[in-house]
Write a protein that binds this ligand. Structure first.
Ligand code: ADP
Length: 269
């Protein structure tokens, strides 16, 4: 990567997304495969803080996250990014959106012979971080995710949890304002899950984070807001406390959340 070609997200001024707070706004969103509607969300606004996206398998979580990342084109409706600080600059809406958003797919695929540092550096280049700032950005996110000791290890030699964190570092390296994570805590051992939650909690203070999860602890310990899907529709949108109140009768929080999600049809059973 001595003389990389111009990166896909690099604007004419070499700028990058900036990390000004951002909102995603959905209007009249329908995603259909053939005649089958898998997502139908008339209106939803996602802003700063951590939103946990819950729902049974097949309820539409991945489809929604990919639609928010503009990886799936809505059948009808729109997904708009609104970023504080106004001036759009020379980039198109699509480029601005991609530069402001970090996305972690559910099963990321990346060549296993890349080391952690090379993989994150590649993502930094892809996201248009200018060469002069790239090493520093990579260093920062690798350190933030407690991956410094593994920085020169090939991805294929990492434990599942470390590899997942390396992929998360790839999604965060350009300091995106909006972070979309598809089941980031799945497959990570408890110790790393705690560290990852701490990192996401810090990041969520200034960013819009939307993460799908089956872990009731993510909802209880991390989320500011819960959006539950059933058959592609939003069946709950509120705080974890409001979710708990639906089922609470003195039972511990995690069990209340589990029961409320189950009642919404969102249990992974
Ligand atoms: P979740 O992430 O909640 O498990 P998904 O968003 O993966 O749900 O899937 C929602 C629905 O859309 C499921 O019924 C799934 O079978 C369907 N689906 C997802 N991708 C496709 C596709 N490429 N073609 C047809 N149906 C799809």
């Amino acid at each position: 990567m001595t003389h990389p070609p111009r990166s896909p997200e690099q604007g004419s001024s070499g700028d990058r997304a900036g990390n000004a707070p951002a909102h995603l706004r959905i209007h009249g969103l329908v995603v259909a495969y053939g005649s089958r509607t898998v997502l139908d969300i008339p209106a939803l606004s996602l802003g700063t803080g951590i939103t946990a996206l819950t729902g049974a398998n097949g309820s539409g979580k991945t489809t929604l996250l990919k639609t928010l990342a503009l990886l799936i084109r809505p059948t009808t409706g729109t997904v708009e990014l609104e970023q504080d600080g106004g001036a759009p600059g020379p980039r198109t809406a699509l480029r601005r959106h991609r530069a402001a958003v970090g996305f972690l797919p559910q099963a990321p695929e990346f060549p296993g012979h890349f080391t952690v540092r090379d993989a994150v550096t590649y993502s930094a280049w892809l996201r248009g971080i200018p060469r002069a700032r790239r090493a520093e950005a990579v260093h920062r996110v690798v350190e933030d995710l407690n991956l410094t000791a593994a920085a020169t290890t090939p991805l294929r030699a990492l434990s599942g949890g470390n590899r997942q964190r390396a992929h998360i570092a790839q999604a965060l390296v350009h300091d995106p304002s909006v972070v979309l994570l598809d089941e980031p805590t799945t497959g990570i051992d408890i110790e790393h899950r705690i560290a990852l939650r701490e990192h996401l909690a810090r990041a969520g203070q200034t960013r819009c984070i939307v993460m799908s999860t089956h872990h009731t602890e993510d909802v209880e310990l991390l989320a500011d807001r819960v959006v539950s899907l059933r058959d592609g529709q939003v069946v709950f949108d509120g705080t974890p406390e409001q979710l708990m109140a639906r089922a609470s009768n003195g039972t511990p929080a995690a069990r209340s959340i589990e029961r409320a999600l189950h009642d919404l049809g969102g249990a992974n059973t």
